[in-house]
Design a protein around this ligand. Structure first.
Ligand SMILES: Cc1cc2nc3c(=O)[nH]c(=O)nc-3n(C[C@H](O)[C@H](O)[C@H](O)COP(=O)(O)OP(=O)(O)OC[C@H]3O[C@@H](n4cnc5c(N)ncnc54)[C@H](O)[C@@H]3O)c2cc1C
Length: 378
């Protein structure tokens, strides 16, 4: 029984069927949820409008320990023990207490996808009524439904987010070829009044971009400016909206995870490890339901409570996101210099990692030896 059933063009035959779990979105959050359900015996369907790993929406930087904890170290491209911070008044070099790695998105998705025993269909999710998910290829249903669809939060009853009025940041980057040694960020109003620019090298390419906390500030021109300042051609664009406020983790019978739940950290816009982190917890909750250890209502409540326990940490990060751009440039520079002292860096980055620590991730659950799967196509 082939695991993939991707349909394109005229082959996009209708899908239908009843599942135990439907996971909408096959990126960091959705694939992690499916990972945790592996071997549970649940009939799980993953839906995404694109092939798995096809569309990268991130600079793909993550604490190395998270790649290792998830068994994804094969996707790593470059590892950094320092962060270089540029301001108009000088450059600071922070020696990090843990390392950060860039990875290849397609490869990471492939490795993560290998850790589930779910079915997969390419289909555009349009909405939901009750236990039924409506897609451009037909309706499928399940008692457990996950929205890992990113910032649009498509399965929300309020119709999701509409930029620029929603609490969203915007990010854009280019991917020129060529090596570079340092993980760098720029806090410089020349590039963005509130936000930062970055260069994340990934062995043979560089991810150069600008993120603005203010969704009304267009980052295209200054992304090009940063690339030009670094003498790199602005080629291979990619960008997206980035949520910077937590949203309800559940609504009715739907579980939200990753960007759809606002799990991306304010200030740093790090949303990959939090998608892993909350995805693991959500997958474990759903597993408890399919194994009869919890009811759906209990899982809805306990997942929601787990996310809520983190609310104050997100609130503090959001306060910092709002405060830092308002500080006079010289004060920013002094603070950045002070923050670069070794003891402070170790203390603050240690706490920062603990917002979503890699210890939550155990080894991927093993698949059952006799996975009897029925294709989703009608
Ligand atoms: C320019 C930029 C750089 C970034 N760099 C980093 C970084 O280096 N490190 C970091 O930690 N975070 C980074 N982020 C944030 C990070 O990308 C997100 O937080 C992360 O991707 C969230 O993962 P997710 O699985 O929740 O959502 P996504 O990765 O957005 O995945 C959503 C999935 O849903 C699918 N989908 C969407 N709509 C539909 C639909 N209607 N039907 C079917 N499928 C659909 C999409 O195809 C996609 O596969 C960056 C963001 C941007 C914009």
């Amino acid at each position: 029984m082939p695991k993939r059933a991707t349909k394109r063009g005229g082959e996009r035959t209708p899908i239908s069927g009843r599942y135990d779990v439907i996971v909408c979105g096959a990126s960091f959050a959705g694939l992690t949820v499916a990972r945790q359900l592996c071997g549970s015996g649940a009939r799980v369907l993953i839906l995404d409008r694109y092939e798995i790993g096809e569309r990268q929406t991130s600079a793909c930087g993550v604490p190395t320990a998270w790649l290792e904890a998830m068994g994804l170290e094969g996707s790593a491209r470059q590892e950094f023990g320092e962060l270089v911070v540029h301001t108009p008044h000088g450059t600071s070099r922070y020696e990090l207490p843990w390392t950060f790695s860039t990875f290849d998105y397609r490869e990471l998705c492939r490795l993560l996808d290998e850790q589930n025993d779910a079915e997969f269909e390419t289909a555009k999710v349009n909405g939901r009524s009750g236990e039924t998910v409506h897609t451009d290829r037909g309706d499928v249903s399940a008692p457990l439904i996950v929205d890992g669809l990113g910032w649009r939060r498509i399965l929300a009853s309020d119709g999701g987010y509409q930029p620029p009025d929603a609490p969203l940041s915007r990010g854009l980057e280019v991917h020129p070829d060529g090596p570079s040694d340092d993980l760098e960020i720029w806090i410089d109003r020349r590039y963005v009044p509130a936000g930062y620019g970055w260069r994340f090298p990934a062995r043979d390419e560089q991810r150069i971009g600008v993120g603005s906390f203010d969704p009304r500030f267009h980052v295209k021109d200054t992304t090009v400016l940063l690339a030009e300042d670094l003498e790199r051609p602005p080629v291979r664009y990619q960008g997206n909206w980035i949520p910077h406020e937590l949203r309800a983790a559940t609504e009715d019978i739907v579980f939200f995870v990753g960007d759809s739940a606002g799990h991306c950290l304010p200030l740093t816009a790090e949303g990959i490890r939090t998608a892993f982190y909350f995805g693991i917890r959500l997958g474990d909750e759903l597993r408890a339901v399919v194994e009869g250890r919890k009811t759906r209502d209990q899982a809805l409540r306990s997942y929601s409570m787990f996310v809520d326990e983190h609310e104050w940490k997100f609130r503090w990060m959001l306060r910092a996101q709002r405060l830092v751009p308002r500080l006079p440039a010289r004060l920013q520079r002094v603070l950045i210099w002070l923050a670069g002292r070794r003891r402070f860096v170790h203390w603050s980055f240690g706490h920062y990692l603990r917002i979503a620590p890699p210890e939550l991730a155990g080894p991927a659950p093993a698949p059952r030896s006799d996975p009897e799967r029925v294709p989703a196509a009608a």
